[in-house]
Design a protein around this ligand. Structure first.
Ligand code: SF4
Ligand code: SF4
Length: 362
Protein backbone atom coordinates (compact mmCIF):
# COMPACT_ATOMS: atom_id res chain seq x y z
CA UNK A 1 0.00 0.00 0.00
CA UNK A 2 1.04 3.58 -0.48
CA UNK A 3 2.77 4.95 2.62
CA UNK A 4 4.87 8.04 3.30
CA UNK A 5 8.56 7.13 2.93
CA UNK A 6 11.36 7.71 5.45
CA UNK A 7 14.89 8.91 4.75
CA UNK A 8 14.61 11.32 1.83
CA UNK A 9 15.44 14.95 1.11
CA UNK A 10 13.41 17.48 -0.79
CA UNK A 11 15.36 19.06 -3.67
CA UNK A 12 14.53 21.91 -6.04
CA UNK A 13 11.76 21.58 -8.64
CA UNK A 14 9.83 18.95 -6.68
CA UNK A 15 12.70 16.47 -6.98
CA UNK A 16 13.52 14.17 -4.04
CA UNK A 17 16.60 12.20 -3.07
CA UNK A 18 16.06 8.81 -1.42
CA UNK A 19 18.57 7.49 1.14
CA UNK A 20 17.02 4.10 1.81
CA UNK A 21 19.60 2.27 -0.30
CA UNK A 22 22.98 3.10 -1.74
CA UNK A 23 21.53 3.88 -5.16
CA UNK A 24 20.46 7.18 -3.54
CA UNK A 25 18.12 7.93 -6.43
CA UNK A 26 17.21 11.49 -7.32
CA UNK A 27 13.59 11.18 -8.47
CA UNK A 28 11.59 13.76 -10.37
CA UNK A 29 7.88 14.27 -9.69
CA UNK A 30 5.74 11.46 -11.09
CA UNK A 31 8.65 8.99 -11.38
CA UNK A 32 9.92 6.00 -9.42
CA UNK A 33 13.39 5.10 -8.16
CA UNK A 34 15.50 2.24 -9.49
CA UNK A 35 13.73 -0.27 -7.20
CA UNK A 36 10.40 0.78 -8.83
CA UNK A 37 8.75 0.72 -5.39
CA UNK A 38 9.25 4.36 -4.33
CA UNK A 39 7.50 7.13 -6.17
CA UNK A 40 7.66 10.91 -6.08
CA UNK A 41 4.12 12.31 -5.84
CA UNK A 42 4.33 16.10 -6.25
CA UNK A 43 7.63 16.44 -4.39
CA UNK A 44 6.85 13.88 -1.65
CA UNK A 45 8.34 10.38 -1.60
CA UNK A 46 6.12 7.36 -0.94
CA UNK A 47 6.79 3.65 -0.77
CA UNK A 48 4.19 1.68 -2.73
CA UNK A 49 4.82 -1.68 -1.06
CA UNK A 50 4.23 -1.00 2.64
CA UNK A 51 2.41 -4.15 3.78
CA UNK A 52 2.13 -5.45 0.18
CA UNK A 53 3.10 -9.12 0.20
CA UNK A 54 3.31 -11.73 -2.55
CA UNK A 55 1.61 -14.22 -0.21
CA UNK A 56 0.61 -14.35 3.44
CA UNK A 57 3.96 -16.04 4.19
CA UNK A 58 5.37 -19.55 4.46
CA UNK A 59 7.36 -21.57 6.97
CA UNK A 60 10.93 -22.38 5.94
CA UNK A 61 13.82 -24.04 7.71
CA UNK A 62 16.19 -21.26 8.74
CA UNK A 63 18.93 -23.17 6.92
CA UNK A 64 17.18 -22.32 3.63
CA UNK A 65 17.98 -18.58 4.02
CA UNK A 66 20.90 -19.72 4.37
CA UNK A 67 21.65 -19.22 8.07
CA UNK A 68 23.50 -22.20 9.55
CA UNK A 69 24.92 -20.76 12.78
CA UNK A 70 22.26 -18.32 13.94
CA UNK A 71 19.68 -20.68 15.35
CA UNK A 72 20.21 -24.16 13.91
CA UNK A 73 16.95 -26.01 13.35
CA UNK A 74 14.67 -23.00 13.91
CA UNK A 75 11.77 -22.19 11.62
CA UNK A 76 11.60 -18.90 9.74
CA UNK A 77 8.24 -17.41 8.87
CA UNK A 78 9.22 -16.04 5.45
CA UNK A 79 7.68 -13.09 3.68
CA UNK A 80 8.46 -11.13 0.53
CA UNK A 81 7.21 -8.26 -1.55
CA UNK A 82 8.18 -7.12 -5.05
CA UNK A 83 11.01 -4.96 -6.36
CA UNK A 84 14.75 -4.79 -5.87
CA UNK A 85 17.50 -2.20 -5.87
CA UNK A 86 19.47 -4.43 -8.31
CA UNK A 87 18.72 -6.02 -11.67
CA UNK A 88 20.93 -9.09 -11.48
CA UNK A 89 21.08 -10.96 -14.76
CA UNK A 90 21.13 -14.22 -12.82
CA UNK A 91 18.22 -13.44 -10.47
CA UNK A 92 16.41 -16.64 -9.50
CA UNK A 93 13.53 -14.62 -8.08
CA UNK A 94 13.19 -12.26 -11.00
CA UNK A 95 9.42 -12.78 -11.21
CA UNK A 96 9.09 -10.84 -7.97
CA UNK A 97 12.28 -8.77 -7.85
CA UNK A 98 11.68 -7.25 -11.28
CA UNK A 99 7.95 -6.59 -10.92
CA UNK A 100 6.46 -3.11 -10.40
CA UNK A 101 3.78 -2.20 -7.88
CA UNK A 102 0.75 -0.22 -9.00
CA UNK A 103 0.47 3.29 -7.52
CA UNK A 104 -1.70 2.06 -4.65
CA UNK A 105 0.53 -1.01 -4.02
CA UNK A 106 -2.41 -3.39 -4.43
CA UNK A 107 -1.01 -5.33 -7.40
CA UNK A 108 2.14 -5.89 -9.41
CA UNK A 109 2.84 -5.77 -13.14
CA UNK A 110 5.79 -6.28 -15.44
CA UNK A 111 7.52 -4.15 -18.01
CA UNK A 112 9.96 -6.87 -19.02
CA UNK A 113 10.21 -8.06 -22.61
CA UNK A 114 7.61 -10.73 -23.33
CA UNK A 115 5.88 -10.09 -20.00
CA UNK A 116 4.60 -6.55 -20.63
CA UNK A 117 1.34 -5.79 -18.87
CA UNK A 118 1.21 -9.18 -17.19
CA UNK A 119 -0.20 -8.70 -13.68
CA UNK A 120 0.32 -10.31 -10.31
CA UNK A 121 -1.81 -10.03 -7.19
CA UNK A 122 -0.45 -8.79 -3.90
CA UNK A 123 -1.88 -9.30 -0.42
CA UNK A 124 -2.17 -6.26 1.83
CA UNK A 125 -1.62 -6.52 5.56
CA UNK A 126 -1.06 -4.29 8.55
CA UNK A 127 1.91 -5.04 10.84
CA UNK A 128 -0.59 -6.21 13.50
CA UNK A 129 -2.17 -8.70 11.10
CA UNK A 130 1.23 -10.10 10.14
CA UNK A 131 2.33 -10.38 13.78
CA UNK A 132 -0.80 -12.43 14.59
CA UNK A 133 0.04 -14.86 11.78
CA UNK A 134 3.66 -15.21 12.87
CA UNK A 135 2.66 -15.88 16.49
CA UNK A 136 0.06 -18.43 15.38
CA UNK A 137 2.67 -20.22 13.25
CA UNK A 138 4.90 -20.67 16.34
CA UNK A 139 7.94 -19.70 14.25
CA UNK A 140 10.75 -18.24 16.33
CA UNK A 141 12.00 -16.00 13.57
CA UNK A 142 10.61 -13.84 10.77
CA UNK A 143 12.66 -13.64 7.57
CA UNK A 144 12.36 -10.85 5.00
CA UNK A 145 13.56 -12.74 1.97
CA UNK A 146 13.20 -13.64 -1.74
CA UNK A 147 13.03 -10.06 -3.04
CA UNK A 148 15.30 -7.33 -1.60
CA UNK A 149 14.18 -6.40 1.93
CA UNK A 150 16.16 -3.17 2.32
CA UNK A 151 13.72 -1.37 0.03
CA UNK A 152 10.93 -2.46 2.42
CA UNK A 153 12.42 -0.23 5.10
CA UNK A 154 9.32 1.35 6.71
CA UNK A 155 7.46 -1.97 6.84
CA UNK A 156 10.46 -3.77 8.40
CA UNK A 157 10.76 -1.10 11.10
CA UNK A 158 7.07 -1.28 12.03
CA UNK A 159 6.91 -5.08 12.01
CA UNK A 160 10.16 -5.44 13.98
CA UNK A 161 8.94 -3.04 16.64
CA UNK A 162 5.94 -5.33 17.32
CA UNK A 163 7.69 -8.69 16.95
CA UNK A 164 10.47 -7.76 19.35
CA UNK A 165 7.89 -7.64 22.12
CA UNK A 166 7.04 -11.26 21.30
CA UNK A 167 10.74 -12.26 21.36
CA UNK A 168 10.62 -13.27 17.70
CA UNK A 169 13.94 -12.66 15.95
CA UNK A 170 14.12 -10.68 12.73
CA UNK A 171 16.21 -11.90 9.79
CA UNK A 172 17.07 -10.06 6.58
CA UNK A 173 18.33 -11.90 3.49
CA UNK A 174 19.80 -9.05 1.53
CA UNK A 175 22.13 -7.70 -1.14
CA UNK A 176 23.51 -5.38 1.56
CA UNK A 177 23.20 -2.23 -0.57
CA UNK A 178 22.32 -0.05 2.41
CA UNK A 179 23.23 3.47 3.52
CA UNK A 180 24.59 4.49 6.94
CA UNK A 181 21.25 6.15 7.79
CA UNK A 182 19.07 3.19 6.84
CA UNK A 183 21.40 0.69 8.54
CA UNK A 184 21.33 2.79 11.71
CA UNK A 185 17.53 2.61 11.85
CA UNK A 186 17.55 -1.16 11.31
CA UNK A 187 20.19 -1.65 14.00
CA UNK A 188 18.33 0.57 16.46
CA UNK A 189 14.99 -1.14 15.90
CA UNK A 190 16.65 -4.46 16.72
CA UNK A 191 17.08 -6.80 13.74
CA UNK A 192 18.93 -9.93 14.86
CA UNK A 193 20.53 -11.69 11.91
CA UNK A 194 21.43 -10.93 8.32
CA UNK A 195 22.59 -12.99 5.40
CA UNK A 196 24.41 -10.66 3.03
CA UNK A 197 25.26 -11.55 -0.54
CA UNK A 198 28.75 -10.48 -1.47
CA UNK A 199 28.34 -11.14 -5.15
CA UNK A 200 31.93 -10.37 -6.18
CA UNK A 201 34.83 -8.30 -4.93
CA UNK A 202 34.90 -5.83 -7.82
CA UNK A 203 32.76 -2.97 -9.09
CA UNK A 204 32.82 -4.34 -12.62
CA UNK A 205 30.64 -7.29 -11.59
CA UNK A 206 28.23 -5.03 -9.73
CA UNK A 207 27.96 -2.75 -12.79
CA UNK A 208 27.64 -5.40 -15.49
CA UNK A 209 25.69 -8.14 -13.72
CA UNK A 210 23.66 -6.26 -11.08
CA UNK A 211 23.19 -2.81 -12.59
CA UNK A 212 24.65 -1.23 -9.43
CA UNK A 213 27.62 1.06 -8.98
CA UNK A 214 29.97 -0.60 -6.56
CA UNK A 215 30.62 -3.39 -4.06
CA UNK A 216 31.76 -0.92 -1.38
CA UNK A 217 28.34 -0.16 0.16
CA UNK A 218 27.80 -3.91 0.56
CA UNK A 219 31.09 -4.36 2.40
CA UNK A 220 30.37 -1.30 4.55
CA UNK A 221 26.93 -2.63 5.48
CA UNK A 222 28.36 -6.01 6.52
CA UNK A 223 30.95 -4.29 8.74
CA UNK A 224 28.37 -1.93 10.22
CA UNK A 225 25.94 -4.73 11.14
CA UNK A 226 28.70 -6.92 12.53
CA UNK A 227 30.20 -4.19 14.70
CA UNK A 228 26.74 -3.53 16.14
CA UNK A 229 26.31 -7.09 17.32
CA UNK A 230 24.08 -8.41 14.53
CA UNK A 231 24.75 -12.00 13.51
CA UNK A 232 26.12 -12.03 9.96
CA UNK A 233 26.45 -14.86 7.46
CA UNK A 234 27.82 -14.25 3.97
CA UNK A 235 26.68 -15.83 0.71
CA UNK A 236 28.73 -15.85 -2.48
CA UNK A 237 27.02 -17.26 -5.59
CA UNK A 238 29.76 -18.53 -7.88
CA UNK A 239 29.00 -18.07 -11.59
CA UNK A 240 31.23 -19.96 -14.06
CA UNK A 241 33.67 -17.70 -15.95
CA UNK A 242 32.32 -14.61 -14.23
CA UNK A 243 33.33 -14.58 -10.56
CA UNK A 244 34.89 -18.03 -10.15
CA UNK A 245 38.62 -17.28 -10.18
CA UNK A 246 40.84 -18.49 -7.37
CA UNK A 247 42.10 -14.93 -6.83
CA UNK A 248 38.62 -13.48 -6.46
CA UNK A 249 37.52 -16.15 -3.98
CA UNK A 250 40.75 -15.67 -2.00
CA UNK A 251 40.13 -11.93 -1.90
CA UNK A 252 36.60 -12.47 -0.57
CA UNK A 253 37.69 -14.97 2.10
CA UNK A 254 40.56 -12.75 3.26
CA UNK A 255 38.24 -9.75 3.41
CA UNK A 256 35.75 -11.68 5.58
CA UNK A 257 38.51 -12.88 7.92
CA UNK A 258 39.99 -9.40 8.31
CA UNK A 259 36.77 -7.40 8.55
CA UNK A 260 34.07 -9.67 9.97
CA UNK A 261 36.12 -12.32 11.74
CA UNK A 262 37.06 -15.95 11.23
CA UNK A 263 33.84 -17.17 12.80
CA UNK A 264 31.66 -15.59 10.08
CA UNK A 265 29.81 -18.40 8.29
CA UNK A 266 30.48 -18.08 4.57
CA UNK A 267 28.26 -19.93 2.09
CA UNK A 268 29.44 -20.67 -1.45
CA UNK A 269 26.44 -21.31 -3.58
CA UNK A 270 26.07 -23.08 -6.93
CA UNK A 271 24.63 -21.08 -9.82
CA UNK A 272 22.23 -22.45 -12.41
CA UNK A 273 21.18 -20.54 -15.54
CA UNK A 274 18.16 -18.33 -14.87
CA UNK A 275 16.61 -15.05 -16.05
CA UNK A 276 19.11 -13.44 -18.44
CA UNK A 277 21.65 -16.26 -17.97
CA UNK A 278 25.01 -14.49 -17.67
CA UNK A 279 26.54 -17.98 -17.98
CA UNK A 280 25.00 -21.04 -19.64
CA UNK A 281 26.86 -23.44 -17.34
CA UNK A 282 26.03 -24.62 -13.83
CA UNK A 283 28.81 -24.18 -11.27
CA UNK A 284 30.82 -27.40 -11.26
CA UNK A 285 31.47 -29.26 -8.01
CA UNK A 286 35.23 -28.71 -8.43
CA UNK A 287 34.85 -24.90 -8.31
CA UNK A 288 32.77 -25.03 -5.13
CA UNK A 289 35.19 -27.48 -3.57
CA UNK A 290 38.04 -25.11 -4.49
CA UNK A 291 36.17 -22.26 -2.76
CA UNK A 292 35.66 -24.45 0.32
CA UNK A 293 39.39 -25.27 0.46
CA UNK A 294 40.37 -21.60 -0.06
CA UNK A 295 38.07 -20.55 2.79
CA UNK A 296 39.59 -23.17 5.10
CA UNK A 297 43.09 -22.05 4.16
CA UNK A 298 42.16 -18.41 4.80
CA UNK A 299 41.20 -19.44 8.33
CA UNK A 300 37.40 -19.29 8.11
CA UNK A 301 35.88 -21.58 10.73
CA UNK A 302 32.56 -22.17 9.02
CA UNK A 303 32.69 -22.40 5.23
CA UNK A 304 29.61 -23.97 3.65
CA UNK A 305 28.64 -25.11 0.18
CA UNK A 306 25.04 -24.90 -1.01
CA UNK A 307 22.79 -25.82 -3.96
CA UNK A 308 24.99 -28.85 -4.72
CA UNK A 309 25.91 -31.99 -2.80
CA UNK A 310 29.17 -31.44 -0.91
CA UNK A 311 29.36 -33.55 2.21
CA UNK A 312 31.77 -31.46 4.27
CA UNK A 313 30.32 -28.22 2.98
CA UNK A 314 26.92 -28.87 4.52
CA UNK A 315 28.28 -29.77 7.97
CA UNK A 316 29.52 -27.65 10.87
CA UNK A 317 32.88 -28.62 12.36
CA UNK A 318 34.51 -27.56 15.61
CA UNK A 319 36.93 -24.65 15.03
CA UNK A 320 39.19 -26.11 17.74
CA UNK A 321 39.36 -29.90 17.22
CA UNK A 322 37.69 -30.16 13.80
CA UNK A 323 35.25 -32.85 14.91
CA UNK A 324 31.72 -32.86 13.54
CA UNK A 325 29.36 -30.55 15.45
CA UNK A 326 26.26 -30.58 13.23
CA UNK A 327 25.84 -33.09 10.40
CA UNK A 328 23.30 -32.08 7.78
CA UNK A 329 21.46 -33.82 5.00
CA UNK A 330 19.49 -31.25 3.07
CA UNK A 331 17.70 -29.22 5.74
CA UNK A 332 17.69 -32.09 8.27
CA UNK A 333 20.28 -32.89 10.90
CA UNK A 334 22.02 -36.26 10.93
CA UNK A 335 24.11 -35.51 14.05
CA UNK A 336 24.33 -32.90 16.79
CA UNK A 337 27.49 -33.05 18.90
CA UNK A 338 26.97 -29.87 20.90
CA UNK A 339 26.13 -29.87 24.62
CA UNK A 340 23.33 -27.86 26.21
CA UNK A 341 26.00 -25.45 27.46
CA UNK A 342 26.97 -24.97 23.82
CA UNK A 343 30.29 -26.79 23.97
CA UNK A 344 31.87 -29.20 21.53
CA UNK A 345 31.20 -32.71 22.89
CA UNK A 346 34.69 -33.77 21.86
CA UNK A 347 36.96 -30.97 23.18
CA UNK A 348 34.59 -28.76 25.21
CA UNK A 349 35.42 -25.72 23.09
CA UNK A 350 32.82 -23.05 23.82
CA UNK A 351 30.69 -22.20 20.80
CA UNK A 352 28.83 -19.33 22.48
CA UNK A 353 30.23 -16.77 20.04
CA UNK A 354 29.83 -19.04 17.03
CA UNK A 355 26.35 -20.54 17.33
CA UNK A 356 23.84 -18.05 18.64
CA UNK A 357 20.51 -19.70 19.54
CA UNK A 358 20.00 -23.16 20.99
CA UNK A 359 20.30 -26.03 18.52
CA UNK A 360 16.85 -27.42 17.76
CA UNK A 361 16.73 -31.12 16.95
CA UNK A 362 14.90 -32.04 13.73
S1 SF4 B 1 15.24 2.45 -2.17
FE1 SF4 B 1 17.12 2.67 -3.35
S2 SF4 B 1 16.52 2.17 -5.44
FE2 SF4 B 1 14.64 2.61 -4.31
S3 SF4 B 1 14.26 4.78 -4.65
FE3 SF4 B 1 15.42 4.61 -2.74
S4 SF4 B 1 17.55 4.84 -3.36
FE4 SF4 B 1 16.39 4.39 -5.22
S1 SF4 C 1 19.81 -8.58 -5.51
FE1 SF4 C 1 18.89 -10.59 -5.30
S2 SF4 C 1 16.68 -10.24 -5.61
FE2 SF4 C 1 17.75 -8.43 -6.36
S3 SF4 C 1 17.97 -8.80 -8.55
FE3 SF4 C 1 19.86 -9.46 -7.51
S4 SF4 C 1 19.58 -11.66 -7.15
FE4 SF4 C 1 17.54 -10.77 -7.59
Amino acid sequence: MKFKARLWDKLDDDKVKCHVCANECVIISGKKGICRTRKNFNGELYTLIYGSLISSGSLDPIEKKPLYNFWPGATAYSIASIGCSFRCQNCQNWSISQANPTDNGKDGYYDLNEYENRKMSLIEMTPEQLVKKVIKSKAKTLAFTYNEPLIWHEWILDVTKLLKKEDIKIILVTNGYSTPGASKELIEIGISAVNIDIKAMNDDFYKKICGAKSVQPVLDTAKRFKSNGIHIEITNLIIPNINDSKEEIEMLCNWVVENLGKNTPTHFSAYHPDFKTPSMKRTPFETLDMAYQIAKKAGLYFPYVGNIRHEKGSNTYCPNCNSLLIGRSGYSFTKINISKEKKCLNCEYSLKNDIIGEVNKK
